[in-house]
Write a protein that binds this ligand. Structure first.
Ligand code: ARG
Ligand code: GLU
Length: 737
C-alpha cells in the first residue's frame, strides 16, 4: 500500500516535469479517498480536443485528473477504441452504442422530433413514453441518420500546397478549396464511406474525416416527457436538475453490416466497440471524459466581438423570442392538439432564448470582456516588444470591422428571428420567394426542381401549423421589428401602417395559411404560379423583406465576415505564437472531440454551494401533480415509495443527475460520460446557467456540464418500463469493486 503510493507520487512528479503548465505538485497528489480541490487541477481542464491528437499533453493531463486510459484506448485507427462507439446523431446531437446489437443511447430532447412524429393525440408517445419489447416493434425514421468517424488524418500540408504568404485571402481560399477537392477525391476509403475536410484553429490546420453514415435508424425506447423532460423549460440550463433526458434507437445495416436504406430485411448493426456500463456510480473528484460532436464555440473572439454578442445581438434575440414564446405558450396551455403540434418548436426556441440570457449574464458576471481586454493588452505589449509587425494591426482591424458589421448583423438577426424562424407564415413566404428566385435564375427546370422540394418542406411545416397561433405572433413581432431594428433596412411595406389592420388583412386573405391553399397557389405553369404568388398579400409583404435580406444584408454580411474570418485566422496563429505556454484547443465545429474533467460541485453565488449529485428525492420535492413541467408518472412515485431501485440505487437512494467540469456545448447532447477505465457512467445533456458563457469564456470555477446518471437511465428502462429485453443486451461492470 505504502509502496503503491510512492510509485504514484513518483509517476505524478515525472508527469509534472514534462507537463507544459506548472501545476502545484502537492495539490495534485491525491490521498486515497480525499479528492483534490477543484482549483488545483483547474488549469488542465477545459478544451475540446481532437481525438487523434491526444498523445502527449492531453494524455498526461487526463492521467493527472485520474484517467487510467491511454490515448490509444480512446482513439485508434487499427484497433477498436472508444471512438467506435461514439456516433453523430442526425447531424445535431451525439449518441453512443451500448450493446453488440447496435443499440444507441441519446437524449430525449435529441429523439424528440422522432418521438413526436410517431405520436397522435390518441397514441401519444411524448406523453406516455414508448418501449419496443422486441425488434419488430421498433419504429423506422426515414429522414434520420447517424455517422461514425472511421479515421481522422491531418492534411494541412496537402491543403496548403501552392499557397504563398504574398497571396491575398481570396486567392488563398481558391487554392485551398481546390486542394480540398483533390484530397477528398484521392482519399483511400471504401465505396460506402464518405470523406470530408474541415479546418481547425480557424483555418490554420486542416483535418480529413472518413465517415460511415447509416440511415436505417429505429426508435427503441423513450420515457414519458414527465421523466425525459422533467422540469422542462423552468429547469432547462439549471442546476440542481432532475431530468431523465434519454431515448434509445437502434442502427440497422445490410447483411454485410454496411449502411443501407430502410428495409425490413436489414439487421441490427454489429459495432466495432460498444460501451460497457458501470454500475458503481460517481463521486466528487472522479475523472470524467465526454466524447461527442460539439457544434460551435468562439473561445478566441476579441473583446469587441464578445461585447457585441452580449450587449447587442443577444438582447435583440431574447426580446423577440420572449414575445413569441409568451403567445405560443398561452395557446399550448389551453389546447392539447396545439400542444403536440408546437411542443418541439417551442422547446427549441425556448432553449436558446434561455441560453442567451444566461450567457449575457455570465459574461458580465465573469468579467469576460475585461479579461479579454487584459489579454489583448498583454498581447499588444509582447507584439510590440518583439516587433511582430504582421500582428500589430490585428486588434484595431477587429475594432473597425466589428463596428462596421454591427447594424448589418443586427438587422440580419431580426430577419432570421422574425421573418425566417418565429413568424411561420413569413417563413412560408420565404420558401416561396426562393422558388420564384429559382425561376428567375434557372428558368423552368430549376423552378420544377425547387417546387418539388418546397412542396415537401411545406408538408412538414403545415402538419404542425396553426394560423390562429401564428397570427398574433406576426402582429407582435413585425411591430417590434419596426420599432427596434436598424432603420436603414426597413421595407416600404412597413412604413406608416396600422399593424393590427395589416395582420387581419393578411391572415384573412392569404392562401398561404393552409396547405391546400398553398398547393393551389403552386399549381400551373411557372408564370402562372409567380403571378398568383405576387397577388397574395402575405407573399407580397414577405417578398420585399426577403429581397432586402438577399440583396443588401447577406452580401454585406458575408463580405465583412470574410474579412473578420481572415483577421481571426491570423489572430489565432498570433495568440499561439505570442503565448506559447497556454493551452489552445481548436474551437468546436461539429467535429468529433474529447473533453475531460472531474465530477465537481460549484459555488454559483456567495454563500451557496451546489453538490455534485441529485436524487429521486429531489424529483418528489419538485413534483406538482398535473403540472405540465413538474408532473410525474404514478408508477415512478410507486417505485420511489417502495424504494424499489434494484441494483441501480446507492445507499437506499436513486441518483438522477450529476455535474462535472467537462467543457461542452450544443451538439454534445447525448454524449457519453465515460469513467477512468472507459465505461459509461452518464449521458451529457446540458450545462449550468451560470456557465453557459463557456462558449466564449470557459471558467473552470463555474462552468459545469450536466449528465444523467446512467443508473437512473437503467432504473427507468428496467424497473419503470420493464424492458428487460434491452437490459439483457447490455454489459454491466463494477470497476470500483
Ligand atoms: N439545454 C439543453 C440543450 O441545449 C436541453 C434542451 C432541451 N430541453 C428543453 N427543456 N428545451 O439542448
Ligand atoms: N442540450 C445541449 C445540446 O443539445 C447540450 C447543452 C449545451 O449546450 O452544453 O447539445
Amino acid at each position: 500500500m505504502k509502496q503503491m503510493k510512492h510509485i504514484k507520487l513518483y509517476f505524478l512528479v515525472a508527469l509534472l516535469a514534462i507537463s507544459c503548465k506548472t501545476i502545484q505538485e502537492t495539490n495534485t497528489t491525491a490521498v486515497k479517498g480525499v479528492a483534490p480541490k477543484a482549483q488545483d487541477l483547474s488549469e488542465i481542464q477545459g478544451g475540446m480536443w481532437i481525438p487523434s491528437l491526444l498523445e502527449g499533453m492531453n494524455e498526461r493531463e487526463m492521467q493527472l485528473l485520474g484517467s487510467k486510459m491511454t490515448a490509444k484506448d480512446i482513439y485508434d485507427v487499427n484497433n477498436s477504441s472508444l471512438k467506435d462507439a461514439v456516433v453523430h446523431f442526425n447531424g445535431g446531437c451525439t449518441s453512443e452504442i451500448i450493446s453488440p446489437n447496435g443499440l444507441l443511447l441519446t437524449n430525449h430532447h435529441c429523439g424528440y422530433g422522432a418521438i413526436q412524429s410517431h405520436s397522435t393525440v390518441e397514441n401519444d408517445y411524448l406523453k406516455d413514453g414508448f418501449w419496443a419489447m422486441n425488434y419488430e416493434e421498433e419504429l423506422p425514421n426515414p429522414s434520420m441518420d447517424v455517422t461514425f468517424i472511421k479515421r481522422i488524418d491531418d492534411v494541412t500540408s496537402e491543403v496548403f500546397n501552392g499557397i504563398t504568404e504574398s497571396m491575398d485571402e481570396a486567392s488563398k481560399m481558391k487554392i485551398i478549396n481546390q486542394n480540398i477537392l483533390k484530397v477528398v477525391k484521392t482519399v483511400q476509403k471504401e465505396d460506402w464511406q464518405d470523406a470530408n475536410v474541415k479546418p481547425i484553429y480557424h483555418g490554420n490546420q486542416y483535418l480529413l474525416f472518413v465517415t460511415e453514415t447509416f440511415n436505417d435508424l429505429r426508435l427503441v425506447g423513450a420515457p414519458p416527457t414527465s421523466i425525459g423532460k422533467f422540469g422542462a423549460d423552468t429547469d432547462n440550463w439549471m442546476w440542481p436538475r432532475h431530468t431523465g433526458d434519454f431515448s434509445m434507437f437502434r442502427i440497422y445495416a445490410d447483411a454485410n453490416n454496411r449502411p443501407a436504406n430502410y428495409s425490413k430485411d436489414n439487421v441490427p448493426y454489429k459495432p466495432n466497440h460498444y460501451l460497457p456500463i458501470s454500475l458503481d456510480g460517481v463521486a466528487e473528484g472522479d475523472f470524467t471524459l465526454v466524447f461527442g460532436f460539439p457544434g460551435r464555440t468562439n473561445e478566441y473572439l476579441p473583446a469587441v466581438g464578445v461585447d457585441q454578442i452580449a450587449n447587442v445581438l443577444n438582447p435583440a434575440r431574447i426580446e423577440i423570442r420572449d414575445n413569441a414564446l409568451k403567445i405560443v405558450d398561452s395557446f399550448m396551455r389551453k389546447d392539447a392538439d396545439i400542444k403536440i403540434k408546437y411542443a418541439s418548436k417551442y422547446a427549441s426556441i425556448a432553449n436558446y432564448w434561455k441560453k442567451w440570457i444566461g450567457e449575457s449574464q455570465g459574461i458580465q458576471k465573469s468579467n469576460a470582456i475585461e479579461k479579454k481586454r487584459e489579454l489583448e493588452a498583454e498581447f499588444t505589449k509582447i507584439v510590440n516588444e518583439k516587433d511582430l509587425v504582421g500582428y500589430k494591426s490585428l486588434l484595431s482591424d477587429f475594432e473597425k470591422l466589428y463596428k462596421e458589421i454591427e447594424s448589418v448583423s443586427l438587422a440580419r438577426e431580426y430577419w432570421m428571428e422574425i421573418a425566417y424562424r418565429n413568424v411561420e407564415l413569413l417563413g412560408i413566404t420565404f420558401r416561396a420567394y426562393q422558388l420564384e428566385q429559382a425561376y428567375v435564375k434557372g428558368g423552368e427546370p430549376a423552378f420544377n426542381k425547387a417546387k418539388e422540394s418546397v412542396l415537401n418542406t411545406y408538408k412538414g411545416i403545415y402538419k404542425n401549423y396553426s394560423a390562429k397561433v401564428d397570427k398574433p405572433v406576426f402582429e407582435k413581432l413585425v411591430t417590434l421589428y419596426v420599432e427596434k431594428s436598424p432603420k436603414e433596412y426597413l421595407p416600404s411595406t412597413m412604413k406608416g401602417v396600422n399593424f393590427t389592420e395589416l395582420t387581419n388583412n393578411i391572415y384573412a386573405d392569404s392562401k398561404l395559411t393552409t396547405l391546400e391553399g398553398t398547393e393551389k397557389l403552386l399549381s400551373g405553369t411557372p408564370e402562372e404560379v409567380i403571378k398568383k404568388l405576387n397577388e397574395d398579400k402575405a407573399y407580397a409583404f414577405g417578398k420585399e423583406w426577403h429581397t432586402i435580406f438577399y440583396t443588401e444584408l447577406e452580401p454585406k454580411f458575408h463580405a465583412l465576415n470574410l474579412e473578420i474570418d481572415a483577421v481571426q485566422k491570423e489572430y489565432m496563429k498570433a495568440l499561439m505564437e505570442v503565448f506559447p505556454n497556454n493551452r489552445f484547443f481548436p474551437d468546436a465545429n461539429s467535429t468529433l472531440r474529447v473533453t475531460y474533467g472531474q465530477v465537481r460541485g460549484y459555488e454559483p453565488r456567495d454563500g451557496i454551494y451546489y453538490e455534485t449529485t441529485t436524487y429521486l428525492d429531489g424529483v418528489i420535492e419538485k413534483y406538482v401533480p398535473g403540472d405540465y413541467e413538474f408532473d410525474m408518472p404514478k408508477k415512478l412515485l410507486d417505485l420511489y415509495n417502495a424504494k424499489d431501485y434494484g441494483q441501480y440505487g446507492e445507499s437506499g437512494k436513486m441518483p438522477v443527475n450529476f455535474i462535472g467540469t467537462n467543457h461542452t456545448t450544443g451538439g454534445n447532447s447525448g454524449s457519453p460520460a465515460i469513467d477512468a477505465q472507459g465505461n459509461l457512467i452518464g449521458l451529457n445533456f446540458d450545462r449550468v446557467w451560470e456557465g453557459t458563457m463557456s462558449d466564449m469564456n470557459y471558467d473552470p470555477d463555474i462552468c459545469r456540464n450536466i449528465m444523467v446518471d446512467i443508473r437512473y437511465v437503467l432504473f427507468i428502462i428496467d424497473k419503470y418500463a420493464g424492458a428487460k429485453n434491452l437490459i439483457d443486451e447490455m454489459t454491466f461492470v463494477h470497476p470500483k469493486k
